[in-house]
Design a protein around this ligand. Structure first.
Ligand code: UVW
Length: 320
């Protein structure tokens, strides 16, 4: 979109920022809101001990849902039963123990994943005012490591936008606002509270697994939250630490008004330090919430501790 304004023009010089709020060296941003009181608030929302793992599967024959330009995990066997037969490549140990081994090549953001706070930027500057030069050859600042070391634990609230709109999944390019989120949460009977981990289901992964890849990728513009100044202020005012969705990029791919790609990666991740968790399997959790009308839970997640990485796979757990 040649006529699209730059990110800086879209957001404006006075766009909300949390830079410096937790000191000049902070690399976890709004996860700082998840203090012990928030952990206890999350625990208080556990009523019957149901557990849900929120990672989508990796390496299914159908393929993995990934951002354009990435590929799904490629996994290969290194040792299997054949390796330990006569002439096989399996190592020989006293006693004859046999084992299977495999290895994978993958984009670290090619599955359910956390973005490092330095993963997306504009104007050569990352979260907290750090130079984008820190990404060269590895994320020497704002990598996934500090988030992996800290973890994210608090009260999660699920907003099922697909169910609220009476759809199996939202349409390509369909958008909604923070006001829609509040309305949907109220209609579900579990209003959003400050410092909640906001989980939004659009039925998007169900759509991915229900149709051929060609259909999914044809004219692909993901549904999601639409940028507005008011939405960014809402995230800042409500001190939202973490946005979790079942889409690949957490927001409508292109801002429908200006055509700018992924403005919330800039406004929320880079400027407010909100952690982004993408490609999350929320369908089973949503069914359980719909069954008894409780849409809050204890949310826990920790990405992998990968040195200097831009993001990492994760298998979050919701307990309700
Ligand atoms: C990009 O923003 C490019 O990727 P992701 O959706 O993984 O954040």
């Amino acid at each position: 979109m040649a006529d699209a304004p730059s990110m800086a023009e879209l957001l404006g010089d006075d766009t909300p920022k949390n830079w410096g709020k937790w000191g000049p060296d902070d690399e976890v941003g709004a996860l700082n809101y998840l203090d012990a009181a928030q952990v206890m608030r999350g625990i208080a929302s556990v009523k019957d001990g149901q557990v849900f793992t929120l990672q989508c599967p990796m390496g299914l024959p159908h393929g993995d849902p990934v951002f354009p330009g990435r590929t799904g995990v490629e996994r290969e066997m290194v040792y299997d039963q054949n390796s330990f037969k006569e002439g096989g490549n399996g190592p020989k140990f006293p006693g004859g123990i046999c084992y299977s081994d495999d290895k994978a090549t993958m984009f670290l953001q090619g599955s359910t994943q956390y973005d490092a706070l330095g993963h997306a930027w504009y104007d050569d500057t990352l979260w907290n005012g750090v130079s984008a030069a820190e990404t060269n050859g590895g994320m020497s600042k704002n990598s996934i490591m500090p988030i992996a070391e800290r973890g994210a634990v608090g009260r999660g609230v699920l907003i099922d936008m697909a169910r609220y709109r009476g759809k199996e999944w939202l349409d390509k390019g369909e958008t909604f606002t923070h006001e829609d989120l509040e309305e949907a949460a109220n209609a579900q009977g579990t209003p959003i509270q400050d410092r909640d981990i906001i989980c939004i289901r659009m039925g998007w992964l169900k759509y991915f697994y229900s149709v051929p890849n060609e259909e999914f990728n044809d004219g692909l513009v993901e549904p999601g939250l639409r940028y507005s100044r008011e939405l960014v202020e809402w995230f800042q005012r409500r001190e939202i630490p973490n946005l979790v969705t079942d889409t690949i990029a957490n927001e409508v791919t292109y801002d429908p008004e200006t055509g700018v790609a992924l403005p919330l990666h800039a406004a929320l991740l880079r400027n407010l330090g909100v952690s982004l968790t993408e490609i999350t399997w929320l369908d089973d959790l949503a069914d359980a919430c719909a069954a008894d009308g409780r849409w809050d839970f204890l949310y826990t997640a920790a990405p992998l501790k990968v040195f200097e990485a831009c993001g990492s796979p994760v298998n979050p757990i919701a307990i309700r």
